[in-house]
Each structure stands twice: as C-alpha cells, then as structure tokens.
Design a protein. Structure first.
Length: 212
C-alpha cells in the first residue's frame, strides 16, 4: 500500500493545487452567488464525484490515453468550456428571476440538476485531469503492488481535501449573497455577475492548457 510519506507528500501537493481557485472553485462560487448555500454545496458534491471518475479513469489506464493524445485532451477541454459558457449564458438570462431560488420547493426540484451540472464540470476540469494523469501515478509505489488500489486511495485523499476547501469557498460566497438577497436589484446584479463569471471561466478553460 501507499507509505505514509508518499501519502503526506501527495496530500500537500494536492492542497497546493486545490487552494488555488480553478474551474471547479469558480463554478462553485458562481453557483453560490446565483443560487445560494445549498446549491453551492450540492455543486461541490457533484464536482467531487466527477473528479473521482477521473481518478478511476487514470487508475484503469484511460488517463494515459488522455495525457498522450492532444486531440482527446483538446476535445474534452473544449466540451467542458462550452458547457460552462452555456451555464453562464443561462444564468445571465435568468438573473431577473433569482428571487424564486429562495423558495424551498424550487431548491428541491433543482437539486439533482445542480448535482449533475457540478458533476459535468468536475469530470471535464482540465486542471484536475492533467494532475491526475501526470502527477498522481508518480506517488504510487509499484513495488508494493495493488497499483489500482493505491491510485484510488490517493484520489480519495485529493477529493476529501477538495470537498473541504471548495465547501469553504461556497459558504463564504453564499454568506455575501445574503446581503444582496435583501434587494431584488442586488440579487439580479449578483445573478448576472455569477453568469458572467461562468462565461469568463469557460473562455479561460478553452484558451489555456496544453499547446503541444
């Protein structure tokens, strides 16, 4: 199994990567501003599930294909970017109706959709994709055997750290949203900002990453 030294080193490197806001964090913040605390935390769960799918893919060898194929990597990156832009445009268009997000029924009805959107962003996150494909395997002790199990364990450590950090970002953003929620005009403004943030994030994801 993974030694304590390797596990701690991987956890430290994971923390440094996670603490720097990337696509998942900015998406959670956008959701927190547009829909509140519950939507932000649901998005975190979706993001985490999506990221763990990447871990499983790397453990089973799919990650190597993504890392070596510029075409596959680019397609996944652009699909994720397009989805972010789509969600941002949708949030911008609906910014005037955000008051409905404060009703309990509306939050329940949108829970699974929010989870699915978070999952889609998590599984298409190029930052996490590259990290798992290029960095995670380096911390596996192949001499100890059970390589797949080691990768799954390391991926679990990464995702536990991500849940804690991303949840703090979401809670902080949703706390600021409460002030905006006291005024329909402020709420419309923050909904628009959340939408523009996601659009800008999508564009950023599309134009960054591997160029080789």
């Amino acid at each position: 199994m993974v030694s304590a030294e390797r596990l701690l080193a991987f956890a430290a490197m994971s923390f440094l990567l996670i603490i720097i806001p990337g696509p998942s964090v900015l998406f959670v913040i956008g959701r927190a501003l547009a829909q509140g605390r519950c939507a932000a935390l649901t998005t975190v769960v979706g993001n985490t599930l999506g990221a763990y799918v990447l871990v499983v893919a790397v453990a089973l060898g799919v990650g190597a294909v993504v890392e070596r194929s510029i075409l596959v990597f680019t397609v996944l990156k652009l699909v994720g970017a397009a989805y972010l832009v789509h969600l941002g445009v949708k949030a911008w268009r609906q910014r005037g109706a955000l008051q409905a997000a404060f009703t309990g029924d509306k939050a329940v009805q949108g829970g699974m959709r929010t989870l699915g959107e978070g999952f889609a962003v998590g599984v298409a996150n190029p930052k996490t994709m590259v990290f798992f494909a290029a960095v995670l395997p380096q911390f596996v002790d192949r001499a100890q055997g059970h390589v797949v199990v080691q990768m799954l364990l390391l991926g679990l450590v990464f995702n536990l750290i991500a849940v804690a950090c991303d949840s703090m970002w979401g809670l902080a953003a949703s706390t600021g949203r409460d002030w905006f929620a006291r005024s329909p005009r402020r709420l419309s403004l923050v909904g628009g900002v959340g939408g523009l943030t996601m659009i800008g994030l999508g564009v950023t994801v599309a134009v960054t990453g591997r160029k080789d």
